[in-house]
Design a protein around this ligand. Sequence first.
Ligand code: GMT
Length: 372
Amino acid sequence: MRIGITCYPTYGGSGVVATELGKALAGRGHSVHFISYAMPMRLTGFQDNIVYHEVEMANYPLFDFPLYTLALASKMVEVARYEKLDLLHCHYAIPHATSAYLAKQILGDHIKIVTTLHGTDITLVGLEPSFLPIMKFSIVESDGVTAVSRFLKEKTQTNYGIEKEIEVIPNFIDTSVYKRKDSDKFCLKGISGGQKVLVHTSNFRPVKRVTDVIRIFNEVQKKVQSVLILIGDGPDRSQCEMLCREFGIQEKVRFLGKQVELVPILSTADLFLMPSQSESFGLSALEAMACEVPVISSSVGGLPELQVHGQTGFIAEFGDVDRMARYAIDLLTNPQKHALFAKAARSRAMEFESSKIIGQYEQYYERVLAGK
Ligand code: GMT
């Protein structure tokens, strides 16, 4: 197949899923064309049948706001025409599904559109009155729609009053890459062997509740010799740094900023924290689980579809910092229990092995192209 993939190229789960999907599809012999405003962060290395097409933005003094949706639609038309694409696969509905709809109006019915819903495109941004009608229209007009969890499928159908069939295809992980390595090879400055390592990674948006991560760790460090590693960056980072100073735990918390290579860091971890307010899937929790790191998370969204309470980690109501801290202390002070959880986390992650899930996307594409 000849597939166009559009995603956000930045640090974030939807872009990671789109890029890893494209790379895996290319590995299976498909021609893959990425269309975005910048090179997707994970699109590293050379693969013969992957081409990246950059959306160029024309500037004109009259345009107070960039017209990206239109420029993207034009680029989709150009790439689809000259590369003879069979389908356009949009990751994160806003504005990609709308651009694809416009492109299809120009190209004709032979090109098919698949839209994958990832999270806040449905649960937050798409619900804004200024976007809602176009979001609903763009989803309904896609030839195929997938969601990364059952939770997200149901939210889409109820929030937007959409009866359209939505296929649930969960996120995936390459467990041959994401596996625990000898952590001695990666020595985090200032961390001694006796200290437990707690990790959180996110885009530091309010929805991730990173301040709850700090609060949980503040309780944990009173009982367990430990450090907290925070990966990523975003609007809440300064507030988090301030909170660490307020609690006087700044020496025990490391802000590593954005990182591309997570395996060496996850390989030092004893626990992963994800106390989000909303999480349609929780890809970073899956990455941790694949590296044998149990997860303490909130019970929101698709998280209970990923992790098994009492086996791969623990789940608590979002905002219940005390309970999450108690769960963390329990696991960190009970080595036998921790070892069982670490093993269970890895086996659960294997159920999301990329080779299984990529096939589901291929089959779905075939169904959409056959008009079924
Ligand atoms: O929806 C977002 O906040 C952005 C998006 C991203 O690009 O990081 O994250 C969502 O998609 C990921 C990949 O499918 C999921 O693992 C995340 O759970 C989801 N985030 C939320 O639902 C908050």
